[in-house]
Design a protein around this ligand. Structure first.
Ligand SMILES: Cc1cc2nc3c(=O)[nH]c(=O)nc-3n(C[C@H](O)[C@H](O)[C@H](O)COP(=O)(O)OP(=O)(O)OC[C@H]3O[C@@H](n4cnc5c(N)ncnc54)[C@H](O)[C@@H]3O)c2cc1C
Length: 288
């Protein structure tokens, strides 16, 4: 398949990219690693009439710790983030979850910024960034704004980034020492998009779960973080009954659809099993 005709502009700076988007209006799209956008164009699912290529803006490829947060430039590739020392030190859960994201070739080109702006409901990183209380820096002609991950994702393939704006940075607070975390998924082949994935992050104080963050992908396009499950667990002693109840609550609140990979019944079984598994692992890690 071939994409429909489009114009091409290679941006020389963030300001140049934003100005090109603003000049052109809604038909313009940024091109980062191209790992989602180009397949969408080839399938006729995206038909931009201008591509603003930001792939050369190496200023936005950094991964560093600053003021207690991991700061990731929007154009840092998945591989660069996984391999960067500061990522593992500040946000080990990110590295654990990254093991499930795509294949090496895709990770070498695809960027975290592009991944979250694409906002595929099946993607792991939008969920992980919500569980890590991340925030996103969005730049437009009028300046910068910072949006919490919980508010950044509006719907499937829709985020807070406006037509003449660009995501420039992802900020993730460093994880507290002693925190427990886990991320697991089921996909047909390693590196494929997950059928269902589950993530959890929590602390233990005097035998009780605190600061519980829990969520899923594959449980419905608008379901990522599951506050009802978090509320059931917050302050509770993590015995067998509580963890089983929480996994059942995740099932009751999940709303997956049939697709070519799995039917609803199978997905709900995965929600139950993976929820239980990540909760148990996170509790065991935090209790050490
Ligand atoms: C075979 C295959 C398997 C994959 N498996 C997985 C997987 O298991 N899990 C997963 O999460 N992903 C997976 N992906 C997607 C991959 O992670 C992509 O790299 C990522 O989704 C897009 O990043 P990109 O840099 O290539 O963005 P692009 O494709 O260049 O852009 C994607 C979208 O984001 C917009 N955009 C890009 N950068 C910015 C920015 N800075 N500001 C505003 N808008 C921006 C673009 O305009 C476009 O709409 C897979 C892709 C392929 C092809």
């Amino acid at each position: 398949m071939k994409p429909s005709p489009f114009e091409y502009h290679r941006a020389s700076s963030i300001e140049d990219a934003i100005a090109a988007l603003a000049r052109h209006g809604e038909g313009a799209l940024l091109l980062a690693g191209g790992q989602s956008l180009i397949p969408m164009m080839n399938l006729g699912l995206a038909t931009p009439d201008l591509l603003v290529d930001v792939g050369n803006l190496s200023d936005l490829r950094y991964v560093r710790v600053q003021d207690g947060s991991l700061r990731i430039g929007a154009l840092a590739t998945h591989s660069a983030i996984m391999g960067a020392g500061p990522s593992a030190l500040a946000c080990p859960m990110l590295i654990v979850a990254y093991q499930s994201v795509a294949h090496h070739t895709i990770r070498n080109r695809g960027t975290l910024g592009g991944n979250i702006c694409h906002a595929d409901p099946a993607s792991e990183m939008p969920l992980v960034l919500m569980l890590l209380d991340a925030s996103m820096v969005i730049r437009g002609a009028r300046g910068e704004r910072v949006v919490a991950a919980d508010n950044f994702f509006i719907d499937a393939f829709e985020t807070q980034v406006g037509p003449a704006e660009m995501l420039t940075e992802i900020r993730i607070p460093a994880q507290a020492a002693g925190e427990g975390y886990a991320f697991e998924e089921m996909s047909q082949r390693k590196g494929d998009f997950a059928i269902v994935s589950a993530g959890c992050r929590l602390s233990m104080r005097e035998g009780r779960m605190m600061n519980v963050h829990f969520g899923l992908t594959g449980a419905g396009d608008r379901k990522r973080r599951m506050s009802v499950v978090e509320a059931r667990l917050e302050g509770a002693v993590p015995d067998d009954r509580v963890l089983t109840d929480a996994a059942e609550l995740a099932v009751v609140n999940a709303d997956p659809s049939d697709d070519i990979h799995a039917d609803v019944a199978y997905k709900l079984d995965l929600v139950r099993a993976l929820s239980r598994r990540v909760l148990t692992s996170a509790v065991q890690m935090a209790a050490k």
